[in-house]
Design a protein around this ligand. Structure first.
Ligand SMILES: *Cc1c(COP(=O)(O)O)cnc(C)c1O
Length: 394
C-alpha cells in the first residue's frame, strides 16, 4: 500500500491535513498500521469503537443484518430500529421519543429544530450555549459551537446564540430567562480538552431551565453509552435533560446518532417536520443493539469505571516535569501537560505503540474501547514516563 499518505493528500480536501498513520486492521483494543506495526488503541476512533475492533457480537449483528436487509428508508419500518428505540427508552426510565440520524451533528440538528419550534410556539427567541463547547460542523450545530476558531470563519448565523463561560452556574442564571428557548450543554466539554464542570453545575442547569421554562438539551454525543462508567453522564448529577443527543459510542463504529425528547417535547414535531434517508437504518440499528447488549452482558460500565480509575491512579503516580495531572471520568480522560507538548507526546506515544490524541496544545485525550483491561491500562502507564522523556524539549 505504498504512498497512501501522498495519494490522500492529492485526492482529499485539505480540511484534515494528512493523518500520520494509515491503519489496516484491528482486533480488540489493538490496531495495526499498513507497515504491520502494532498499537494499543487508546482513542477508539474518538470515543466511538466502544467494543474495540472486530468484536464478535458486532461482527455477527452487522453481517447478519446486512445479509438480511440493509436498508428500508423511512417509507417502511423495521424491527431493529424499533427494538433500539425501545431499548434506549428503557435505559432512560421508560420515557422519551426517539429520532435516529447518522451522526452527532445531525442528532444536534434535530434537537435544534425541536428547540426552534418550541421557541416559536412559546415566544422564546434565543439560545444559550457554552464558550469552547462543541456541537458539530453543520451551519445549525456550528451556530451553537462556542469555539471562535471553528465558528467565526463561517458566520454570521441565522439563530441568536448567547455564549456563557462553561462551569459558571451564576453566568447561566443570568443568561437564561423566560425568553430563552433552550440551553445546550455538554456534561463535560469533550473537544475543549475533556473539561469537567464543577460538581453541581449540571444539576444547576436543570434547575435554571425548570425555573424559566427553557429546554435543557444535553449533548451527550461523546459522554454517553458507558464512557464515564454510567450509561449517560447526566446520571452523575441526576439531571435528566428535556432533550438528549447521542452518537459516537452508540454504534460501536457504525454511523448512528439519536435525538431523544422527553415528556411533551417528544411530540413537538408534526408529520413532515424532519427526516433522514439513512437514519436508523437496519445495519446501524443492529450494531447499536449489539453494543448495548454487550455493555450490559459483559459489565462494561463497571469496567469503564474501574479501569478508568486504574489508569488515572497510574498516571497520577508518575512524577514528571511535563505532566501536570489527569482530569475526566471513567474511560474519558485527559492527561494535562505543563506546556504545549501534546503533539510531541502524541508522536512519542505512537512510536512506543500507543494511540492517544493531542486534543489541545497541553492536553491529550485518552478514550479507549470500554473493553480495555486493567493490564492494558498498566502497560500504558508503565510506558508513559519514557514517552514523556522522549517528548521533552532538549
Ligand atoms: C463529536 C461530537 C459532535 C459531532 O458529532 P459528529 O458525529 O462528528 O457529527 C457533537 N457534539 C459533541 C459533544 C461531540 O463530541
Amino acid at each position: 500500500m505504498s504512498g497512501l499518505r501522498e495519494r490522500f493528500e492529492a485526492a482529499f480536501m485539505p480540511n484534515y491535513g494528512v493523518p500520520p498513520v494509515a491503519l489496516a486492521r484491528g482486533a480488540g483494543c489493538r490496531v495495526w498500521d499498513t507497515d504491520g506495526k502494532e498499537y494499543l488503541d487508546l482513542i477508539a476512533g474518538i470515543a466511538v469503537s466502544s467494543l474495540g475492533h472486530g468484536h464478535p457480537a458486532l461482527v455477527e449483528a452487522v453481517s447478519s443484518q446486512v445479509a438480511t436487509l440493509a436498508h428500508t428508508s423511512n417509507l417502511f419500518l423495521h424491527e431493529p430500529e424499533v427494538l433500539l428505540a425501545e431499548r434506549l427508552r428503557e435505559l432512560l426510565g421508560g420515557d422519551g421519543r426517539v429520532f435516529f440520524a447518522n451522526s452527532g451533528t445531525e442528532a444536534n440538528e434535530c434537537a435544534l429544530k425541536l428547540a426552534v419550534k418550541y421557541g416559536k410556539q412559546n415566544g422564546r427567541s434565543y439560545f444559550v450555549a457554552a464558550e469552547n463547547g462543541f456541537h458539530g460542523r453543520s451551519m445549525g450545530a456550528l451556530s451553537l459551537t462556542g469555539k471562535a476558531a471553528i465558528r467565526e470563519p463561517f458566520g454570521p448565523y441565522a439563530i441568536d446564540v448567547r455564549f456563557v463561560s462553561y462551569g459558571d452556574a451564576d453566568a447561566l442564571k443570568a443568561a437564561v430567562d423566560e425568553d430563552c428557548a433552550a440551553l445546550f450543554l455538554e456534561p463535560a466539554q469533550g473537544e475543549a480538552g475533556v473539561v469537567p464542570p464543577p460538581d453541581g453545575y449540571f444539576a444547576a442547569a436543570r434547575q435554571i431551565c425548570d425555573a424559566t421554562g427553557a429546554l435543557f438539551i444535553a449533548d451527550e454525543i461523546q459522554s454517553a453509552i458507558g464512557r464515564t462508567g454510567t450509561w449517560f453522564a447526566f446520571e452523575h448529577e441526576n439531571a435528566k435533560p428535556d432533550i438528549l443527543t447521542l452518537a459516537k459510542g452508540l454504534g460501536g463504529g457504525l454511523p448512528i446518532g439519536a435525538c431523544i425528547a422527553f415528556g411533551p417535547h417528544g411530540g413537538l414535531f408534526a408529520k413532515g417536520d424532519h427526516g433522514s434517508t439513512f437514519g436508523g437504518n437496519p445495519v446501524s440499528a443492529a450494531a447499536a443493539l449489539a453494543v448495548l447488549d454487550t455493555i450490559d452482558r459483559d459489565g462494561l460500565l463497571a469496567n469503564a469505571a474501574s479501569v478508568g480509575e486504574a489508569l488515572t491512579t497510574g498516571l497520577d503516580a508518575i512524577g514528571h516535569p511535563l505532566l501536570a495531572g489527569v482530569r475526566g471520568r471513567g474511560l474519558w480522560r485527559a492527561a494535562v501537560l505543563t506546556g504545549p507538548h501534546a503533539p510531541a507526546v502524541e508522536a512519542a506515544a505512537r512510536d512506543a505503540g500507543f494511540l492517544i490524541n493531542a486534543l489541545q496544545p497541553d492536553a491529550l485525550r485518552i478514550a479507549p474501547p470500554l473493553t480495555l483491561t486493567a493490564a492494558q491500562a498498566r502497560s500504558f502507564t508503565a510506558a508513559f514516563p519514557a514517552i514523556l522523556d522522549a517528548a521533552s524539549p532538549e
